[in-house]
Design a protein around this ligand. Structure first.
Ligand SMILES: NC(=O)c1ccc[n+]([C@@H]2O[C@H](COP(=O)([O-])OP(=O)(O)OC[C@H]3O[C@@H](n4cnc5c(N)ncnc54)[C@H](O)[C@@H]3O)[C@@H](O)[C@H]2O)c1
Length: 245
């Protein structure tokens, strides 16, 4: 039997860089995967248009999963909405921009999770994953941004650190109901960034390369599967050793 056979899993942001790889691997391992995204350029097998920033959009999308598949075994909170000024330096980040990104990237993850939990509770089982980041754990090494147009994003650290703590709250609250809540924290993923940045990153990271989406998706599959049935409140760091030093 395949690792994820008979699992009904929602992946938010399944059309993006990491989302595509996650959807593909979960399907290969036997899951039925429903991609909740704004658009579907990848032609996902099961796609539901969903804007995770909108409560009614979340409710409609979840209802359609229940109508079509009857239950929800897994939720991967992976969508990545951000404002047009995302990437500004800390001092150039307006109060409005800060609040909006916290609302879109943190509050939205909490909202969709809240709406999915009752369906997991009905079956006394579920696995919820938050895609977080090394920058929710450690501060950025500011030297890797030197001479590039890339900034370390302050809001991102606040959001991802908040999600890591929040996942532990949920793990504690729902442990007795067999609903597990974990994080996957990737290091930097290669996406054709400025070569100076890539080379500085590779120089520092112990494994001497940036991550690829297919480095990350097996960690998600593991935490959704029954192989991790006694793991909750964990943050699985997949970073080539970045946070080890
Ligand atoms: N790429 C990296 O280096 C990296 C590293 C660590 C963590 N992460 C985390 O992994 C997750 C995915 O990142 P990514 O790099 O694949 O991002 P991406 O931008 O490539 O993809 C994000 C996806 O989310 C979708 N999306 C955006 N707004 C949405 C909304 N309102 N409702 C529903 N879907 C929406 C987009 O359409 C897109 O398909 C994020 O949580 C990100 O913080 C990424």
């Amino acid at each position: 039997m395949k690792q994820l056979e008979n699992k009904i899993v929602i992946v938010t942001g399944g059309s993006g860089l990491l989302g595509k790889s996650i959807v593909q691997l979960l399907e290969e391992r036997g899951a039925t995967v429903i991609n909740f995204d704004l658009n579907n350029p990848e032609d996902s097998k099961y796609f539901v248009a969903c804007d995770i920033r909108e409560e009614t959009s979340i409710e409609k999308a979840i209802s359609s999963v229940i109508e079509n598949f009857g239950r929800i075994d897994g939720l991967v909170n992976n969508a990545y909405p951000r404002t047009s000024d995302w990437g500004s330096s800390f001092e150039n980040t307006s109060a409005e921009s800060w609040k909006t990104n916290v609302d879109w990237q943190l509050n939205s993850y909490a909202l969709i999770t809240q709406k999915v939990i009752p369906y997991m509770r009905e079956k006394s089982k579920g696995s919820i994953i938050f895609m977080t980041s090394i920058y929710g754990i450690v501060g950025n090494d500011m030297t890797i941004y030197e001479d590039t147009n890339i900034n370390a994003v302050a809001t991102y650290s606040a959001i991802k650190g908040g999600l890591i703590s929040f996942s532990k709250f949920l793990a504690s609250l729902y442990g007795k109901e067999n609903i597990r809540v974990n994080c996957v924290s990737p290091g930097g993923i290669f996406d054709h960034q400025d070569p100076k940045f890539v080379s500085a990153y590779e120089h520092k990271v112990p494994m001497k390369r940036m991550g690829n989406p297919d480095d990350i998706s097996p960690a998600v599959a593991f935490l959704l599967s029954d192989d991790s049935k006694y793991i909750t409140g964990h943050n699985l760091v997949v970073d080539g050793g970045w946070t080890a030093i």
